[in-house]
Ligand binder design. Structure first.
Ligand code: NG6
Ligand code: CA
Length: 504
């Protein structure tokens, strides 16, 4: 009874003090995979048109200096959901498909912020944060803990990436369509079962690898990791986006009468790029362009669903990407050959995996028609800030021990302020820090260039300092010219690291 009154009280207080006397908005985070700063037309792409994303930007705020926390997927997702930098915790790099859940279930999450104030919450799409307790998930039994233990009422996810086994959907705590007479086995070290691999039987492949991706062949595509069994549960690559989008629409429709939070993590535009036949060949840029069209279409589907339910005005949509773009990420899909002058990272240097801004500076659009005026914002903001910003919007007080890397940027998200985050940290294996438009990349010994993905990784044994306001391309290293600046930024970074620990 006591808890009931407490919940009522919290809910009432949130309603009363909510900004702009709004009804609590529905919130949808649309999180693309590997979508670059220059991949959508409202951010300058000329070769490709993304009308639905452009419409969102037109009715909302287009941020030009917003960042994922990391240049790869798992750490960015860890941070957006927890408000804590992944580089503080070991084992948060790109996770294999059979990793155990990487987020402690006692930790505060973005989903819990909403759930605690009475929202219905769902995670639909790509997860890639591990599942199950120590030892990983039991694919043939109850898969737990996972999103539902982290504040999502419902989950409908692909466990890791499109190119990692097992290629099955986990619906709440179970593999969807699993026939228990055909159990799933997964192994990331050695072959399990008899299913052919890309290495042994390349003649069976419909998409050849350019790097790795030569373990078990699923649907004619070599993947990372070995699996066998679960035949009836294997997803269809060409209709997966549609299936996930339909799930999202069903969730929105079922919850139209009450506030909901949807984390819609699209598997697009990650490899293997397998556009639905509706989009195949439509971009003129090969499968990479086609899956950008497909992603845009799925965004449009969600927007139309909101429209048809009369929910557009009071739904806040945040659209972004988990890291920057990559052209050849391990399959021969002609992405590079058919680029035709398209610049996936726009004016930025580097891309996915890179310490240059192309690694983490990504499209970031906020739309909430009844509360947010349209415009653009150059405020420096990080995805790690969503958790404290939404806590603030919903009047939840967080302790300093919770989501400690997150800043309350709700005024910026609502277009009421354009002031920068005091500093922002980028993680691409090594760390970099931005403050007042200066960027410092810590010296490290890792390779400067990745020949497989043709990416400038931004690593150097020398300290690097760039003036982003004059040199957005990070071409002119000013470290030796401004040693004080280097010292100041390096000390700030060390202080942030020391505050809560680190492993990088
Ligand atoms: C790399 C994969 C790449 C992609 C990436 C993770 C190879 C050669 N490359 O190891 O294809 O899966 O991991 O991408 O296997 S992410 O967006 O999920 O971080
Ligand atoms: Ca990614």
């Amino acid at each position: 009874m006591k808890t009931y009154f407490l919940i009522v009280l919290i809910t009432l207080t949130s309603c009363i003090t909510l900004h702009a006397q709004q009804k609590r908005p529905n919130v949808i985070v649309i999180y693309a995979d590997d979508l670059g700063y220059g991949d959508v037309s409202c951010y300058g792409a000329k070769k490709i048109k993304t009308p639905h994303i452009d419409q969102l930007a037109k009715q909302g705020i287009k941020f030009t200096n917003a960042h994922a926390t990391s240049a790869t997927c798992t750490p960015s997702r860890f941070s957006i959901l927890t408000g804590v930098y992944a580089w503080r915790k070991k084992g948060t790099g790109v996770a294999p498909g059979n990793a155990a859940l990487l987020i402690d279930t006692v930790q505060l999450t973005l989903a819990k912020i909403f759930k605690q104030t009475g929202y219905t919450t769902a995670a639909i799409g790509k997860w890639h944060l591990g599942l199950g307790g120590q030892g990983g998930p039991d694919w043939n039994g109850e898969i737990k803990p996972g999103p539902q233990e982290l504040g999502f009422d419902k989950s409908y996810i692909i466990p890791a990436t499109l190119d990692r086994v097992p290629c099955v959907i986990v619906a709440d705590h179970h593999v969807e369509n699993l026939d228990l007479k055909d159990p799933i086995t997964v192994n990331y070290h050695q072959k399990t079962g008899e299913w052919p691999t890309g290495k042994e039987s390349p003649e069976l492949l419909i998409m050849k690898s350019s790097n790795g991706h030569d373990n078990t062949i699923i649907n004619g595509i070599g993947r990372i990791g070995y699996m066998t069994g679960g035949k009836a549960a294997i997803w269809d690559d060409y209709t997966l986006t549609e299936k996930l989008t339909t799930q999202a629409e069903t969730f929105i429709t079922a919850n139209k009468a009450n506030p909901f939070f949807l984390y819609f993590a699209s598997p697009n535009i990650h490899v293997p790029r397998t556009p639905n036949k509706r989009f195949a060949g439509k971009s003129g840029m090969g499968p990479r362009g086609d899956v950008i069209l497909e992603f845009d279409w799925s965004v449009g589907r969600l927007m139309k669903t909101l429209d048809s339910l009369g929910l557009t005005n009071n739904t806040m949509i945040v659209l972004s990407s988990d890291n920057g773009p990559v052209v050849d990420d391990g399959y021969q899909d002609q992405a590079a050959e058919l680029m035709g002058g398209h610049q996936p990272a726009g004016p930025l240097r580097g891309g996915k995996y890179s310490a240059f801004d192309g690694g983490t500076r990504v499209p970031f659009i906020v739309s909430w028609p009844s509360a947010v005026k349209s415009g653009t914002s150059d405020a420096l903001i990080s995805q790690v800030d969503l958790i404290r910003s939404f806590a603030s919007l919903l009047n939840q007080k967080l302790s300093t021990k919770q989501a400690y890397d997150s800043f309350d940027m709700i005024s910026q998200l609502l277009g009421k302020s354009k002031s920068n985050r005091p500093y922002l940290i980028e993680d691409a294996g090594g760390l970099g820090i931005i403050a007042d438009n200066w960027k410092y990349i810590v010296p490290n010994n890792a390779a400067a260039y990745d020949y497989a993905t043709k990416t400038e990784l931004g690593n150097s044994k020398e300290p690097q300092l760039y003036n982003l306001s004059k040199d957005i391309e990070e071409r002119k290293n000013l470290a030796s010219q401004y040693p004080d600046k280097v010292k100041q930024l390096s000390e700030k970074l060390q202080q942030v690291k020391d505050e809560h620990g680190y492993h990088l």
